[in-house]
Ligand binder design. Structure first.
Ligand SMILES: C[S@@+](CC[C@H](N)C(=O)[O-])C[C@H]1O[C@@H](n2cnc3c(N)ncnc32)[C@H](O)[C@@H]1O
Length: 463
């Protein structure tokens, strides 16, 4: 299938926006029309459910057929956007993250072409969810592809630079900006080359992080050995950060035989930089390779490609491949890795900034600070009924925001947390606890301090 050139579509983008608005196009309207699971049907190449729900011939149904499903229909779209058979040249995907809605243009179909520009997938949404949304000056989106991260960042940035090695991606990002009525500074080039010498307040990157042999697909493969592209980005991104800038990127890193995988990724962080590595997955090689081979349309080549890919990983003595989010900022050289297996909040970018603020507070001293219990924390108690009433058997602390950590506690821990209202220094709370438990102050501090430290690290307690 020949890929379309998105550049000639730019001139009519404002007209397309008018047509979409006139038909009542929005993420919510499409969900209502097509059903909230329509993207799952599309991913599975099941067109029947979407065809059935768009048989009425309304303007929105026609646009959904052309721009979401990719079948012919009759609509008000300008001729420059249409093929001769009445199908649209590109697809449009409405994306909502953190209450912000953007419209993302992308190539159609299964992935078969090295230069194909993809729509928004799970990894894109992982990065969007992890991006802090404070208002900033300059933002860089490295590896912008369709422009989704740049568009979302534009909502809270004075200006956004979107870079990509693939010129088709830069054309798509320009088209995305026009469709969304915004401006993006789209540049073509390798990694940080297009922004040499510049500084940014926020950097986001969903790079081609996949550890694969060769460079078959631009969206996936950087063409560097092993996890080198991720190492290079973790090492080099701090160099383009403003003094209080933050970078958030997705990375894969290798766990090799005889080597500590956690130390591998932590060792990439350059001196004078703080990092928070939030590990989300650890995949066995065969699961990693099959998942990425399923992402593209390899047909009968699947088995041969699997063999070659696994041979390459075996030669490197790969035991597992980790995936996660890395946040970086200029700092004291403190590097923290958390394994986060639990379901997290739909967006948790503020947690990145809060994490660094909590690390600063911990470094300044724990005992003399009046900590505060975070507002979303709840205490769940399980009690059994005894002769004289309810007996609490276990207590669980649970966050509903951020990374949604949970953990058990006891009556003393629960009492201490109840006292953390931001006015009483921790040292005094330990004294009160010592009195109620009948132990010396030093013992209360010795036993309680590591627990409080961890509660602060995980965000149950905040400065
Ligand atoms: C995984 S896609 C991310 C697309 C989009 N930012 C998102 O979040 O959905 C990676 C992007 O990086 C681009 N890319 C690949 N190699 C690159 C390189 N060496 N320098 C800059 N961009 C590159 C690809 O063309 C692709 O658009």
């Amino acid at each position: 299938m020949k890929l379309p050139d998105p550049a000639p579509l730019l001139a009519d983008a404002p007209r397309v926006r008018e047509v979409l608005d006139g038909a009542g196009w929005s993420a919510a309207a499409l969900d209502e029309l097509l059903g909230t699971t329509y993207r799952t049907h599309l991913d599975r190449e099941e067109s029947a459910p979407v065809l059935r729900r768009t048989a009425g011939g309304s303007p929105l149904e026609a646009l959904a057929r052309q721009l979401v499903l990719g079948v012919p229909a009759s609509s008000e779209l300008p001729a420059s956007w249409l093929n001769r058979d009445g199908t649209a040249k590109v697809r449009l995907q409405p994306v909502v993250s953190g209450g912000v809605e953007v419209l993302v243009p992308h190539d159609a179909g299964r992935i078969t072409d090295p230069q194909q520009v993809l729509g928004v997938g799970a990894a894109s949404m992982t990065l969007a969810a992890a991006t802090p949304r404070r208002t900033v000056g300059r933002t860089l989106d490295l590896g912008a592809g369709s422009g989704v991260q740049a568009l979302l960042a534009e909502d809270h940035s004075a200006s956004v630079v979107a870079t990509d090695r693939n010129p088709r991606a830069a054309s798509y990002a320009r088209l995305a900006a026009a469709l969304n009525g915004t401006e993006l500074d789209c540049r073509v080039g390798n990694l940080l080359e297009p922004v040499a010498g510049e500084r940014f307040d926020l950097v986001v990157s969903n790079p081609p992080f996949v550890i694969s042999p060769g460079a078959s697909y631009t969206y996936r493969d950087a063409g560097l050995a092993g996890d080198d592209v991720c190492r290079r980005l973790v090492q080099d991104l701090p160099g383009v950060l403003a003094d209080d800038g933050v970078a958030v990127l997705l990375v894969n890193w290798l766990h090799l035989a005889g080597e500590d995988g956690d130390e591998r990724v932590k060792g990439w962080v350059p001196p004078g930089c703080d990092a928070w590595v939030v590990q989300r997955e650890l995949a066995a090689p065969q699961d990693y390779v099959t998942a990425w081979l399923r992402d593209t349309d390899e047909g009968e080549r699947f088995d041969a490609l699997y063999e070659a890919w696994m041979d390459g990983l075996d030669r490197m003595r790969v035991e597992a491949v980790a995936f996660g989010v890395v946040a970086l900022r200029p700092g004291r050289g403190e590097v923290v890795l958390d394994e986060v297996d639990q379901a997290v909040a739909p967006t948790w970018g503020e947690e990145v900034l809060d994490h660094f603020a909590r690390r600063d507070a911990l470094a300044a001293g724990v005992l003399d600070r009046a900590w505060r219990l975070r507002a979303d924390v709840r205490l769940h108690q399980v009690a059994s009924h005894e002769d004289d009433g309810w007996y609490v058997e276990s207590q669980l602390l649970q966050q509903s925001a951020g990374l949604r950590w949970s953990g058990g506690t006891d009556e003393h821990g629960a009492a201490l947390l109840a006292g953390c209202d931001g006015t009483v220094p921790l040292r005094m709370l330990f004294s009160l606890l010592a009195v109620s438990a009948g132990i010396p102050d030093e013992d209360a501090v010795a036993q309680g301090l590591p627990v409080v430290q961890r509660l602060v690290e995980q965000g149950f307690l905040v400065p």
